[in-house]
Design a protein around this ligand. Structure first.
Ligand code: AMP
Length: 490
């Protein structure tokens, strides 16, 4: 599966193949806004150049790591582009991370300096790490354009680590640009688009798609903290800054739909909604179709491999399927139906972790995603779950997502996550953690019987545990390792 386009052609189509040249072209048009503050391309470039000068004066040289540890903000973007302009390899950190997580990342990436807001600077101080203020960064005379190539590391993104400790995926300039270019082509992104950007900037979704895509397409973006009201307000403004697109994770679409149910608004003029980073349940797909006026385009990606597969912009958007590869990306299924990726977007390895790098590629150079996939007759991909989340019950393999998809269609189920709970009789027992729907009573035996009508017996939950909400990480992904039965919790 995959387009046969020459991967290198994607890279060659760019002028220089490095971020500070491609993303900072200058111009009078407004590019970014948040609240009342807006910057034009010229202003953005001038500010990034000054920050690059300040970092240079502090001793930052091309290739040095510069940490970025702050809440999302226009100043985050300026600091990021300043560090890119200085030739640094940026290490964005989740602002929700606590001291131990920051210590792990800083110990691995060894940033020369970290750009942080006041709250996070305290954490850094406690770890003896040097920081500068993201809202008042050092400024200086811009250094010469760094001597970089598309293969130079541009950023190290630490995996969200829902299992094990985060690993640093090294993403190079050419890969990040190929990725943004792919999104522009696949989603017909133009300089007339205004993205309502409410995603975290430290993650590939908000950074590689949201920010890089905006800058490379010469479009604009409005940065906002996520809330359904704020998103709707941006998409329905009565001025030239009205948003044309919104990118979100399924948990955001869930909240958006809950809000729209109470406060119906006509959003049929919005050009595009995109969903990714976690599965979009088919029921939510249909709810979005009804309340937003169109279903979101669901896409699939992974930090190491890039955002690489999407439902078509024009063709049918299929619930439960993630679509076809971006230009220059090859997708294949390996052993146990593992999704394998190759292409200009795919990373080359983990930072200072050769063993993990070696383990994550096949001998012929495909990245092993650890996601289980299925490729349909029409060539589209569906994600069935993570290999590591496989439940082995009574010697049979059960993929939690397959069971969740069935339970999600029951009216008494608001949300559900399925996991294996250790059991003497079965090895692991298929257990469904259910957030009950407010509108419909949930009878456990009824839900189990419902599953039995639709799934082989060994896949059916033996037990239902009612919970108030699913444990999720910053990207809205369910963290199955944090699910606990009452006995496990006590
Ligand atoms: P991250 O590296 O944080 O972007 O997480 C990547 C993981 O998110 C993938 O390996 C998938 O397990 C999951 N993921 C991303 N997009 C989707 C999607 N559309 N459907 C199902 N899982 C997804």
């Amino acid at each position: 599966m995959g387009s046969r386009e020459d991967i290198e052609a994607v890279r060659r189509s760019l002028r220089s193949g490095i971020l500070p040249v491609e993303l900072l072209p200058g111009g009078k048009a407004i590019v970014l806004g948040s609240g009342d503050r807006h910057v034009t391309r010229d202003e953005l470039r001038a500010q990034a150049e000054q920050v690059a000068g300040g970092l240079h004066d502090l001793g930052v040289k091309p290739g040095d790591r510069v940490g970025l540890y702050s809440a999302s903000h226009l100043d985050w973007v300026i600091a990021y582009l300043g560090a890119q302009r200085a030739g640094a390899c940026v290490v964005p950190m989740n602002p929700d991370y606590h001291s131990a997580e920051v210590e792990h990342i800083a110990g691995n990436a060894e940033p020369l300096i970290v750009i942080a807001d006041a709250e996070r600077a305290k954490v850094l101080g406690g770890l003896g790490l040097r920081s500068v203020d993201v809202h008042d960064p050092p400024r200086g005379v811009p250094p010469p354009m760094p001597n970089l190539t598309p293969e130079s590391p541009a950023a190290i993104l630490y995996t969200s680590g829902t299992t094990g400790r985060p690993k640093g995926a090294v993403l190079d300039h050419g890969g990040l640009l190929a990725q943004a270019r792919g999104a522009i082509e696949m989603w017909r992104w133009t300089n007339r688009d205004i993205l309502v950007h409410a995603l975290p900037l430290f993650h590939l979704h908000g950074l590689g798609m949201g920010l890089h895509g905006t800058l490379l397409s010469r479009g604009s973006a409005t940065l906002i903290p996520f809330s359904p009201q704020a998103v709707v307000a941006e998409l329905t403004r009565n001025d030239a800054k009205r948003g044309t697109m919104f990118f979100g994770v399924p948990a955001m679409y869930q909240r958006l739909c809950d809000w729209l149910d109470e406060n119906p608004v006509d959003l049929s003029h919005v050009r595009l909604f995109v969903s990714g980073s976690a599965p979009l349940p088919p029921a939510l797909f249909e709810r979005c179709e009804r309340l937003l006026g169109q279903p979101p385009v669901e896409r699939y990606g992974i930090t190491e491999g890039g955002i690489v597969v999407t439902n078509p912009y024009d063709g049918p958007r299929q619930p439960g399927r993630v679509g076809i590869p971006f230009p220059g990306v090859e997708v294949m299924l390996g052993e146990k139906d593992e999704v394998l990726l190759k292409g200009g977007q795919v990373f080359k390895g983990y930072w200072r972790n050769e063993a993990a790098t070696k383990e994550s590629f096949t001998p012929d150079g495909f990245f092993k995603t650890a996601d289980v996939g299925e490729i349909g007759d029409d060539g589209t991909l569906a994600i069935r779950g993570r290999l590591k989340e496989l439940i082995i019950s009574g010697g049979f393999n059960v993929y939690p997502r397959e069971v969740e998809l069935v339970l999600e269609t029951h009216p008494a189920v608001e949300e559900v996550a399925v996991a294996g709970v250790p059991s003497e009789a079965w090895g692991e027992e298929v257990t469904a953690f259910v957030v009950p729907a407010k509108t419909h009573p949930l009878v456990e035996s009824e839900l189990i019987a419902f599953a039995r009508e639709r799934l082989a017996t060994y896949k059916c939950p033996r037990r239902i545990v009612l919970i108030e909400q699913l444990p999720r990480n910053a990207m809205g992904k369910v963290e199955r390792s944090r699910l606990r039965t009452p006995e496990q919790a006590s």
